[in-house]
Design a binder for this molecule. Structure first.
Ligand SMILES: Cc1cc2nc3c(=O)[nH]c(=O)nc-3n(C[C@H](O)[C@H](O)[C@H](O)COP(=O)(O)O)c2cc1C
Length: 234
């Protein structure tokens, strides 16, 4: 809660980290929405997220073929670029059950179809806002630009990935995406938005040091894997 609390003061919306919803598939350190037992905790979390006026969004998550153990996916095919074990192939009935658990909107994979569902927004979580498609389309533009093109004005698109400075945010917004999100930037600098609003960009913390965990109120789970996302400067 402390980790979220110092990061929600200025932002307009908070999307939680991946939240498990399948009983028994809980990962330590991640929020869970598996059974009614989790409701009081989720209520507390939502109160913190909204305490300064931000919208609170719970991100439901199924790890698919990328799970660490006992993973399961639509096909028994190892995930690209991953060290995950071969997943068990889900039956049709299990897939239908998962779709039900996700809720109708999340079950529809095709972004074009999604855009017709009357959603408030679509959030595409990429590592790099400007990354280009690896396969499947003959289009040199960034994936986010292609998505925006496909979606048109049907719903808002939230883009994320490598946005560190107000200039990065402006450049991303120039593609037509309605909103941009910041992950690592906010881990490093909980008051990123406020500092930008006050013209104090030069005071934004951009480097991570080994002694920063308690200063940044980063929980052990996040800290243990932080090096995968941000290099230490010392
Ligand atoms: C510690 C950490 C945990 C993350 N967990 C999630 C997650 O649970 N769900 C998700 O969609 N993206 C997750 N991401 C990816 C971010 O949403 C984002 O796509 C990525 O970090 C690139 O954006 P950034 O440059 O603003 O960090 C995570 C990123 C970090 C650094």
């Amino acid at each position: 809660m402390a980790y979220y609390n110092i990061r929600v003061k200025d932002v307009g919306m908070v999307i939680t980290s991946a939240t498990t919803f399948k009983e028994g598939k809980h990962y330590p350190g991640l929020p869970a929405a598996e059974t009614d037992e989790h409701i009081p905790g989720l209520r507390k979390l939502s109160k913190v997220l909204k305490s300064h006026g931000a919208l609170a969004i719970l991100q439901l998550f199924h790890e698919g073929a990328s799970g660490i153990e006992d993973n399961e996916a639509p096909s028994a095919v190892v995930a690209d670029n991953s060290a995950s074990p071969l997943p068990r192939e889900l039956s049709d009935a299990e897939i239908q059950d998962l779709i039900k658990k996700f809720g109708d909107a999340d079950a529809i994979r095709n972004i074009d179809t999604l855009a017709d569902q009357g959603l408030d927004y679509i959030h595409v979580s990429l590592h790099d806002f400007w990354s280009t498609p690896r396969r499947g389309v003959n289009d040199k533009r960034a994936r986010m630009e292609i998505f925006k093109d496909v979606i048109g004005n049907r719903t808002a698109l939230i883009g994320v990935g490598g946005i560190k400075t107000p200039e990065d945010a402006s450049k991303a917004l120039s593609t037509g995406v309605e909103l941009v999100a910041i992950a690592r930037g906010l881990l490093l600098e909980p008051r990123w938005v406020k500092k930008v609003q006050e013209g104090k960009e030069d005071l934004i913390k951009t480097k991570l040091f080994r002694g920063d965990q308690s200063k940044l109120l980063l929980p052990d789970g996040v800290w243990s894997m932080i090096e995968l996302y941000l290099p230490f400067e010392d």
